[in-house]
Design a protein around this ligand. Structure first.
Ligand code: PEP
Ligand code: MG
Length: 323
């Protein structure tokens, strides 16, 4: 497999019947950029900015963040970079610079955009830094934990204001920087129809979407098989998200761990996804897997998958699809 994977580095990502799929890299530290380039990722589909904020006493200032994002953009040599705004909450004890209050249930508490909107200066500093980096290459901004349409509207207002301020003080920034929402809270998935026109793109965060849909902590191993991407409710939500995005002509990427797990590749293609973002270490395996799949046949099976009533039946359909 080693040699085969090496050959896959420079290969196109396409199914056996020639349908192009784009594979993007998730990155959480500067070293991931080289890895993404090495395996031929189409872009950085998810840049987690948390590393800039963790294990330190001070919140990084605009200049420090700008330099980090600029290097990231330059490192990708003209390929797009989707930078996610800060996604921490009280569960990240080492985010000490943020002075977070203890919460009884951090996963359901002040994390992601909720934190950012309570500390506007935190968000403004990050948005300004990202906007300044946008003059060095294509950049998109992705907002985590969106639950309400008002949250997106608030971030959009802040973004517009930051862009105006930067331009008026002589900074060069890109003409239009796209703003997207992570769809990882079930409410956002269910009510996506009323939200989608306010965003330029969406990214499905299945790590959290599965956790919140099944009320099963993603980090609790004692739950065993309860945390399950193959629960029928998860498939239905994914299908609905994809359908709404398609109708509204908004690009959709899936960036949870599911995207990088070859057990789920056929399922994700069957549901109509064409953009998957994953850890660079698994990208070539997924590309290899896609080359074995027949896209048209998978798409025909989508209704069958969506009718299956439990994990075992869904797995059964998936096995028949790939036989
Ligand atoms: C997700 O929730 O699927 C996701 C990609 O974000 P994170 O794992 O950083 O919460
Ligand atoms: Mg998440």
């Amino acid at each position: 497999l080693g040699k085969r994977l090496a050959r896959l580095r420079d290969a196109q990502t396409e199914t056996r019947d020639g349908v192009a799929i784009r594979l993007h890299a998730n990155a959480e530290m500067p070293a991931d950029i080289a890895r993404a380039r090495l395996c031929g990722a189409a872009s950085i589909g998810l840049y987690r900015t948390e590393f800039l904020f963790l294990q330190r006493r001070e919140i990084p200032g605009e200049e420090e963040q700008f330099l980090a994002y600029r290097d990231l953009v330059l490192g990708m040599g003209g390929l797009p970079v989707t930078i996610r705004t800060l996604d921490v909450g009280a569960d990240k004890a080492d985010a000490s610079g943020l002075a977070l209050e203890d919460e009884p249930n951090p996963a359901l508490g002040i994390r992601g955009v909720r934190l950012a909107l309570r500390h506007p200066q935190l968000m403004i500093t990050q948005l300004r830094a990202i906007l300044r980096a946008s003059s060095y290459g294509p950049v998109r901004i992705l907002v985590p934990m969106i639950t309400l349409v008002e949250e997106i509207l608030s971030v959009r207002r802040m973004l517009d204001e930051c862009a105006r301020d930067l331009r008026s003080t002589g900074h060069e920034i890109a003409g239009h920087v796209e703003l997207g929402a992570m769809i990882e809270v079930p409410a956002a998935a269910i009510a996506l129809g009323g939200m989608i026109r306010h965003v330029d793109f969406i990214s499905i965060g299945t790590n959290d979407l599965v956790q919140y849909t099944l009320a099963a902590d993603r980090a609790n191993d004692n739950l065993g098989t309860l945390y399950d991407p193959l629960h029928p409710a998860v498939l239905k939500l994914l299908a609905q998200i994809i359908a709404i995005a398609r109708r509204a002509k908004r690009p959709v990427t899936l960036c949870g761990e599911m995207a990088g797990d070859t057990r789920y590749t056929a399922l994700l293609l069957a549901l109509g996804l064409t953009d998957l973002s994953m850890h660079p270490g698994v990208l070539l395996e997924v590309r290899d897997q896609i080359g074995r799949l027949e896209h048209a046949a998978l798409r025909r099976q989508a209704p069958v998958l969506l009718r299956a009533t439990n994990h075992a039946r869904i797995t059964g359909v998936l096995q028949r699809m790939q036989a």
